[in-house]
Write a protein that binds this ligand. Structure first.
Ligand SMILES: Nc1ncnc2c1ncn2[C@@H]1O[C@H](COP(=O)(O)OP(=O)(O)OP(=O)(O)O)[C@@H](O)[C@H]1O
Ligand SMILES: [Mg+2]
Length: 481
């Protein structure tokens, strides 16, 4: 240690204090102070590194001073000298948490070494604490970055969901926030868009992750069967009920139930579900007993529930109960940036699983993929990837030759017809708007609706471009033709 460290010695006779001063002052600033209050005041006002006290029964209560010092300034190293009774030794260890006892027959070299070691030890534990804290901060930052930002190769990931589009990135961020609440979640999206994968991601990011996640598809089931599946039944409740059955809700107590195809539930069963969501109680078929269960519901459907409500096919009150958070997964054709990322991801995944040595994917394949509509979404892309891997020789790239014919034969969409500015009957404002709309459409079509690229090329922010797409209704044109 160096001379900057400050040491207080306390309770020593004048002769001893002088001797101590002589051997320690080479390296440390020494203060000899005998008044307890004054020592505590110095500890409060100055940076004191070490306190060396001598206990003398009936004269100087070093134990009390060291105890108070420990309470107020635990970082100051405490050394104790003097002869102590057994009980005092216990107090010194337990209450004052002495670093070390100093024998009365100390030599200069011993005391110097002892003080030096004690301060060195303090410095090391200080650094260790700080390094651990820095490491923890760095780990937290890294974890947060990994969770929120795209990976280095351009993709982001939420549990098993992989994405490259800003659209999915913000949806996954919302999902992460929703996950830590206990609110019900409604996930909407076309078939194969990853609704179940999203539900699983939410469960495993929630405080319920150690509890069960039970999945049930509500499609094509009679009310009786659905009731028995979800709420359970007693033996003999209906023909074929040969034994008691525990329903999914009680079985998932403390966890999550994912109800797929919620839109298929009959109006009568919608009422039962609503009651469950309101009361958190189930009554198994044929039983009088009410069972309380704490279950988080994640519901999914592949058609927008509000449309079904407007057609009178889905209860509005149930919709509100399910709709704690709403996550709408866009179809793959509307998130072109995800196609490339998913293709690389899936090819790597499936070729590893099947022990195939595939070098990569040719740009032509990705080009054709971006022209295709993907009605089956990611599930269809998965099948296409598996098919192409099977048709590709080991040690080579996946090329256009392996594409399914309906994808291979797609042609880039023709340029949109430009607006005839000589046409009469339009104001200047209308003509400028038509021109803007046709420039944006041309860029979007040429760039396969990659909004990030189009915004960059047009000198717009992504939000600015999205606003213009909405204003000129370009989205609907894209999905219809
Ligand atoms: N973003 C994604 N990243 C990786 N795999 C995905 C992604 N989205 C979907 N998948 C995969 O695509 C397949 C379909 O996903 P999932 O079953 O979650 O879709 P879904 O929306 O529930 O479909 P459905 O409406 O037909 O039930 C699964 O094999 C899933 O692993
Ligand atoms: Mg599903």
């Amino acid at each position: 240690m160096n001379g900057e460290s400050t040491v207080i010695i306390s309770g020593y006779t004048a002769k001893e204090a002088i001797a101590l001063h002589r051997c320690l002052s080479k390296h440390y600033a020494i203060n000899a102070v005998d008044d307890t209050e004054e020592v505590l005041h110095l500890l409060d006002t100055e940076e004191i590194d070490l306190l060396l006290c001598k206990h003398t029964a009936g004269q100087f209560d070093a134990l009390e001073l060291l105890h108070k010092a420990r309470m107020a300034h635990p970082e100051t190293v405490r050394l104790l000298a003097g002869s102590l009774s057994k009980e005092e030794t216990t107090r010194a260890t337990e209450e004052a948490a002495i670093y070390q006892f100093v024998s009365d027959d100390w030599s200069a070299i011993q005391i110097e070494l002892l003080v030096n070691r004690a301060l060195e030890n303090r410095e090391l534990s200080y650094r260790h604490r700080h390094l651990s804290r820095d490491l923890k901060i760095a780990e937290d930052v890294l974890r947060k970055q990994q969770a929120e930002e795209p990976h280095k190769d351009g993709h982001g990931q939420f549990e098993k969901l992989v994405y490259g589009s800003p659209n999915m990135a913000s949806l996954c961020n919302l999902a992460k926030k929703a996950a830590i609440t206990s609110l019900p979640i409604l996930i909407q999206g076309e078939t194969g868009t990853g609704k179940e994968l999203m539900a699983r991601g939410i469960h495993y990011n929630s405080s319920r992750s150690e509890q069960p996640l039970l999945v049930h598809n509500c499609g094509g089931m009679s009310d009786e069967l659905l009731h028995s599946e979800l709420f359970g039944h007693k033996r003999g409740a209906f023909t074929g009920a040969v034994s008691d059955r525990m329903g999914l809700f009680p079985a998932a107590d403390g966890g999550t139930v994912f109800l797929d195809e919620i839109s298929d539930v009959s109006p009568t069963f919608q009422v039962s579900l609503l009651r469950f969501l309101q009361e958190g109680e189930v009554k198994p078929l044929g039983s009088d007993k009410i069972i309380k269960c704490d279950v988080r519901i994640i519901a999914a459907c592949n058609q927008p529930l509000d449309v079904l409500i407007s057609k009178g096919k889905f209860r509005q009150d149930l919709y509100y109960r399910l709709n704690g958070f709403q996550l709408n997964i866009a179809p793959l054709r509307q998130r072109i940036e995800d196609i490339e990322v998913l293709t690389y991801f899936l090819v790597k995944k499936f070729s590893t699983e099947t022990n195939r040595a595939i070098l990569g994917v040719s740009p032509g394949v990705l080009e054709q993929f971006s022209l295709y509509d993907w009605p089956g979404n990611v599930r269809e892309l998965e099948n296409e990837a598996k098919r192409m891997i099977a048709l590709t020789d080991n040690g080579t790239y996946i090329t256009e030759e392996t594409l399914s014919p309906h994808i291979a034969t797609l042609k880039p969409k023709v340029k949109s017809k430009s607006f005839d500015f000589n046409i009469e009957g339009f104001t200047l404002k209308e003509k400028v708007e038509k021109m803007e709309s046709s420039i944006i459409t041309e860029a979007l079509e040429r760039l396969r609706w990659n909004k990030s690229k189009a915004a960059k090329e047009l000198g717009l922010s992504r939000v600015g471009l999205t606003n213009k797409i909405k204003r000129y209704h370009l989205n609907t044109q894209a999905s219809t033709g």
